[in-house]
Design a protein around this ligand. Structure first.
Ligand SMILES: Nc1nc2c(c(=O)[nH]1)N[C@@H](CN(C=O)c1ccc(C(=O)N[C@@H](CCC(=O)O)C(=O)O)cc1)CN2
Length: 295
């Protein structure tokens, strides 16, 4: 068997076309959706994600505003930027690129974002509402994964989904959304992590396997059931002097071996990554739509 490739890039492009129409409608109603971006420090990966997000905003018709602070910025300096975006009526969504140089500041910084401007869906109010099944901006990577599954015709309802990874950004929320009673859910979910005993014995039970542990090639072919759907969330930079950038992006799944066993698989790059950015745009457009609806 050679797996179908789940083309996140194409699905993202389709959703961005829908968002372009919604953004144009908002602009003609006098409100251009705006994303306030905060980057702290000069981590090259974070810089490239922020640039990609701003370019995507431009292409879809969103306004974006960037603030860059040095890695030495104090908690107060960072919070001041967030408060500025909170008060700015041209900004509908706020994105603080993670990780911050001092990860101990992340909770305070995220909590300072107004929940109605939470473009990432990371604010405790958004997370709580999501857990309760109430309307909330959904975290971008998990929501992107569900959209890939839905738009590729994968049946989630009744499936056994195994999530490898328990991060706040991906593992925990995707497990919640997959098990939730809604049109993208109703799966039976098992959450594993790098300390799970006999991980393969559990991953082999998966109809849908989500690899989000941030460890290159940790999912080998013998850990995958014949005919499973495999979603690779890993974005690992593997040094390669022959590559243009000096590295290649690879996932958590041994792609070449697993594609011979799976029914469908997301590639890295071109799978989940582009959906993360797209769902950020969607959260920002939806925040602007709420402002217009309530005005
Ligand atoms: N505030 C946030 N910080 C972080 C998030 C997030 O959702 N919000 N997620 C990750 C990184 N991330 C977004 O910020 C992200 C990772 C990867 C991609 C992506 O498009 N990857 C492409 C390849 C890009 C390339 O060639 O370099 C792909 O996989 O095809 C987008 C966003 C941590 N921080």
């Amino acid at each position: 068997m050679s797996a179908d490739i789940l083309d996140g890039k194409q699905i993202a492009a389709d959703i961005r076309e829908e968002l372009k129409r919604r953004a144009a409608e908002l602009t003609s109603a006098g409100v251009t959706p705006g994303l306030g971006v905060l980057l702290v420090g000069d981590d090259p990966a974070s810089r490239s994600y922020v640039t990609a997000k701003e370019r995507a905003c431009e292409k879809v018709g969103l306004h974006s505003q960037e603030t860059v602070l040095p890695a030495s910025a104090s908690r107060e300096e960072i919070l001041e930027v967030v408060r500025g975006y909170n008060a700015d009526e041209r900004i509908h969504g706020i994105l603080v690129q993670l990780p911050l140089p001092d990860s101990a500041m992340e909770a305070d910084v995220i909590e300072t974002i107004l929940p109605e401007k939470d473009a990432d869906g990371f604010h405790p109010v958004s997370v709580g509402r999501m857990m309760l099944g109430l309307p909330a901006p959904l975290p971008c990577t998990p929501h992107g994964i569900l959209q890939i599954l839905k738009r590729s015709g994968v049946t989630i309802e009744g499936a056994h989904a195994v999530v490898v990874g328990r991060s706040n950004i991906v593992g925990k929320p995707v497990a919640n959304l997959l098990s939730r009673k809604w049109e993208l859910g109703n799966a039976t979910v098992t959450v594993c992590h790098t300390r799970t005993k006999d991980l393969g014995a559990i991953t082999r039970q998966a109809d849908i396997l989500i690899a989000a542990a941030g460890k290159h090639n940790m999912i080998s072919a013998d850990m995958v059931r014949e005919g499973a759907v495999v979603i690779d969330v890993g974005v690992n930079r593997i040094e390669d002097p022959s590559a243009k950038r000096g590295y290649r992006l690879r996932g958590d799944v041994d792609f070449e071996a697993v594609r011979e066993k799976a029914a469908a698989i997301t590639p890295v790059p071109g799978g989940v990554g582009p959906m993360t950015i797209t769902m950020l745009l969607q959260n920002t457009v939806e925040a602007a739509e709420r402002v217009v609806a309530n005005s």
